[in-house]
Every structure is written in structure tokens, then in C-alpha cells.
Ligand binder design. Sequence first.
Ligand code: COA
Length: 690
Amino acid sequence: MANYKHFQLETDAQNIAWLSIDKADASTNALSRELVEELESILDELESERPKGLVIRSAKPSGFVAGADIKEFTAIENEAQARELIRRGQGVINRIERLRFTTVALIHGFCLGGGLELALGCDYRIAEDGPKTRLGLPEVKLGIHPGFGGAARLPQLIGAPAAMDMMLTGRSVSASAAKRLGLLDFAVPDRHLETAARSVVQKPPHKKPLAWWKKLSNHPLVRPLLAKYLTKQVAAKAPRKHYPAPYALIDLWAKHGGNKKAMLQGEEHSVARLVLGDTAQNLIRVFFLQERLKSLGASRSVSSSERNASAGTFDIQRVHVIGGGVMGGDIAAWCALRGLQVTVQDRQEATLARVIQRAAKLYKKKLKKPRLVQEALDRLMPDIHGLGVARADVVIEAIFEDVEAKQNLYQEIEPQMKPGALLATNTSSIPLEVLSTCLAEPSRLVGVHFFNPVAMMQLVEIVNAPNTDPAVVDEAAMFTRRIDRLPLPVTSTPGFLVNRILMPYLLEAVVLESEGVSPKVIDQAALDFGMPMGPITLADTVGLDICLAVAETLARSMDVEVPARLRSLVESGRVGKKSGEGFYRYPATKKGKPEMSKPGRGDYRPADIQDRMILRMLNEAVACLREGVVADSDLLDVGIIFGTGFAPFRGGPMHYIETTGADVLLEKMRTMHKKYGERFAPDESWQQLG
Ligand code: COA
């Protein structure tokens, strides 16, 4: 067995070389420069030794390879450096492809980006047919596209429609889906992986040719037509000026698809240009900020109390949720989906029945296989008498927003709870220090503020009051990670972080509407900035009654004006999508879509419409940072991106202020302050940002 830093290479009795990728000092394999260089020398050795075959696998339990090393992307200074890095990655995969013996990629867990491109360089791909296996080319999510030969090889292997779909959306596929697509040759259970690889090397099976119609999709006469269609599809989701990568990929394939050499060169040029652009650099930054949120849930600080006996671990098996409304029910369903044993308590049987119905719908969508759906449903138990409280590791209260009702409940359940179990509330408006006064141990109460819809919104605000035990905050963050959500610690102040920053922006949109600007023009202005959904559509979707309640909560403690228009709509019963009408109408025939035409030239569109909405948001962000609602500007940025969808390619509100110039924005704020009044009064900390 040869000695390498990032690999283990063994040749067995049948002369098959087994190369295990094992990036040093890392939990995950990523194709760093050093690793690629080492792989080059391993190939030198293999080329001279000529084994019967080569099986490439990963020694990491988490998966195969997560892609090119994203950490190295941030150190690239110019296009020449980027091109050299890409050429190196392409070169090593080309060499694997040219080896004169059979090569097999043996995959478990994730096989993403450069990892999949490496596997595409092998003759055969075999993967574990298990729930953890995911294959994909997620580069567009980082503002680039595949550059290690993925764009050149994948359309040839599985046909352009499926390949372009994977590369343009960045979505990953399971082993069984990959097998159906032709991306994998075999999907087998874990225990058969080695045998499968061995028999493929011993007797390389015949490869099924690509179906004629898939082959046709790469034909020079078909490519322009398909490219036009794909461009239209992409344009409906991501404008070219904000997200250039998918367009660059379509252009590249339309021009050179089928010509491998030209495609590889094109990948090199295109990715080198993209990676240095603002969009990619901001999206890469967001990736690392997301990693930071993940790490917040990975460990716990030293406990001030002796809460859990085994320091450093907080074993979460059982969750008890009280309150079967939309939030409580969906939180319970999500926890069971992520493998926890869940009891959900409500006074009404009918409410619990609805929770289970909604959960079944979610599980069918996410898990597909009836057996897995049934297993998830078995983990979710309706519990009208609250028997689950005593056994739960985490108890989440999600009842209506009433101090007395919540306190009565806490007094009832606290003595029943296991020592060291987490007591969490999903309140969105009541300070924790008010709620916790009734507890024997007030420091144990923590907020876990989920967003609606729970299954889509990754962020969870971990709310802490001055008297909350820091160890409890850590445990709440760990619980959040256990259910695959992102924890963001925030202080127990009105609106916490996300609603507080989102609300002024939504309210300004309502003011604009009451001034006579049409909802579609307002929404379009926000979309042009890069928001994923316009504020008027968002308000209608969340529910105008909910928006009003949040706005009124904020108005009680802060200088927030609640527009009369919002009140009058709610009073008239027009509360948004759920009532069939809010700012827009939602006819039953349009299945939840609003009745709306595209904004036209004749529509009234004030010149400062975008600034009015965005600056109110930025002003609140600056105030939150000054008040310490969140620990620092990076956490604020990532929280607002994941909590509100704030244009990710702009890197978050604080990053946007930094790149645009605080002085420029402050000047605009001052102008608006004069023109529109106190709601535009610049926060005192703008001066220090300049
Ligand atoms: N380059 C460098 N480091 C990477 C990486 C990559 N492509 N992908 C993951 N990592 C690192 C993470 O930074 C983290 O490092 P840490 O242990 O020092 O904190 C570690 O691998 C584990 O990743 P994490 O995200 O915490 O684990 P997870 O199980 O939640 O998710 C992935 C794993 C692979 C699904 C996720 O990390 C991911 O999506 N990575 C990016 C994939 C990608 O975009 N590849 C294309 C690159 S061009």
C-alpha cells in the first residue's frame, strides 16, 4: 500500500487497484489543488503498473466527493489563475478517461460538482442505492457552471434535456433516479458495492447506447431550438444580469455541444470569467456563511448549569409539539420526516387529523416510496392527552399568542418534563423574559422561531433572553441542525431579526399601493432588485391578517406606522390568498396564482420606488446590528438571505451597503427623510458605516 497524503492505494490479489480518496484533515473530500496534484502522481504510477482495473471510491463515511474545493475559489485573483486551476482539474479527469484499463467510480453519499465530473471520467459508475446517495452538478448555485468536463460529458451521456436540467437547476438526484437517467450503470445495496465493482472490472458489461431521441437532442440542428427553449425557462426564474451562469452554460452547449475539445476549452474560459464576477463571489460567500450557521449547531458551550449529564452531546430522539395549528403541525411533521419520534398534542381531534393529513402530503412529495412514507407517518403520533411530554428530549410550544395561556401550559408541563429536556417556544411576538417568569427554572426557556412554510424555509431563529442559559441556546441550535434547518441566534426583541427587517419593506410597499401605484408595478420593482417574490405577493401569501398582527406588535414598541390600507383590507375580510382576495384576486380557476397582467409602459412607476422599499429594509438592518439583535454583520446577511430570500447574489443587506457605499445610501435616506417623513429617519449608526 503506497503512502499518500490524501489517498490510499491498494492493489488486490486480482490486480485491481482500489484508490480511496481521503482528504487529509477534512471530514469531506473536495478536489483541492494539492489533492489533484497528488492524483496526478498516482496516475503516473498506475499508467506504468497497468493494473487490471481501477476502482475510485471515498474513505469518508459522509460521501464520495463534494466538488472542487470552494475554499480555493476565494483566493483566485485573476482569470489566468482561474483557468490554470480549471485546466488542472480537467487534465486529471481526462487522464483517467484515457487509462487503458477499466475504471469504476464507486459512489456512496454525495457525489457533487467536481466529484461527479471525476466519476464521469470513469468508464463505469456504481452507487449505493440508499437514501443518502445524491448525485448532482450544483455549480449554478455558486454562480458558475461545471468546469471539470461536466458540461462536455453529461449531455453526451444522458442526453441534453436531462443533463441541462440538472446543470441549470443544480438539483441532485437519488441513486435510483440516476440509474434511470443512465448516469449510473448500477445502483446496488451497500453490501454489494465492492462485489459489483469487482465483477465490472473482471468482465466489463456491454454499455447500452443512448436512446436515439436523447442522442438527437445534441444534434447541431436541434441544439439552437432547445437552447432557445431553455433560455426562456431560465429567464422566467433568474434574470441574466443577476445570474449569468446558466445563460453562459446554454450558450456554450448551443455553440459547441458534441465537440468535446471545444466544450472543455469553453468551460475553462467561461467558468474562469464567471468565478471572478460579483454574483459568484457573493454566492460563494453565502455558501461559507451557511457553513457558519451549520457550525453553530455543531457544538455546545460550557454549560453554566449541569443540564445534560454527557457534556458535548445532546441526544435528541423524541420531540413533543404542543399546538396543532399550521406552524405546530408542520414543525411536528418536519421533525418526523427527519427521523425523530414525534408526539403532537392539541385539544381538538380534528386539528390533529389535519396535521396528519398535511404530513402525509408532505411525505408523499418528499419521500415518494410508500414504505418510507408509512415509516415517517408511524413516527408522528397524535397525542391528545400530552403523554409525550414526559419522554421528550425537546418540547416545543406552538399554541396561540397569549401570555396567560402559554404560562399556564408551562406550569403544567415543566414538572412532567425530563430533567435536561429542552423547553422551546415558537412565539413570534412575546418576549421570552415575560413568558419564562412562571417557570421554576426560567433560564431553560428558548425560542425556536420557524418560518412558514416550515418545509421550505431553512432558517430558524434561536431566540434568547438575557436570562437564557447559553447551553440551552446551543442545544436549541443542535436540535435545529438535527432536523436539517439553519440556526440563527437572535435576541428576544420585538420581531426578532427577520420579521423586524422584512416588515418596513412590506409596509412601504403597502404605502406605495395606497398612493396609487399598482401592486404589479411594486412587485416588479422588487423582482428587478433580485427579490424572489414581490412584497405585495408575499404579503398576500403570508396573509394580510398575519402581516397586520406582526406590524402591530412592532408598532407597540417601535416607531412603526401601520398603514390604514392594511387595516381596512383585513377588516373587509380581504386577507390574501387564503380568502381568495387580498391586494390581488385569486380566482379558483387559477389554482392559487394571482390574477395579474405584466406591468406596462403606461403604468405609474415613481422613480424612487425601489429605493423606498429597499432602503427601509437596510435602515432596519443597520439598527438591528447596532442593537446587537444578531452578533455580527455576516450573520445578519445570511439570516436575511435565508429568512426573507433577500437577493442572494447581492450577498445580503450589510454586504450590499458595503459594496454600494454607505455614504451614497445615507444621502438617499436623508433625501427621503425630508420628502416622506420620519419613517425614513436614518439610524444613528449609518455615520459609522461610511
Ligand atoms: N469545497 C470545500 N469544502 C467543502 C465543500 C467543497 N466543495 N463541500 C463541503 N465542504 C466542507 C464544508 O465546508 C464543511 O467543512 P468543515 O467540516 O470544515 O465545516 C464540510 O465539508 C462538511 O460540509 P457540511 O456542509 O457541513 O456538511 P453537510 O453534510 O451539511 O453537506 C454537502 C454536505 C456536500 C451536501 C454540502 O457541503 C455542499 O452542498 N457542498 C457544496 C457542493 C458544491 O457546491 N459543489 C460544487 C463545487 S464547484
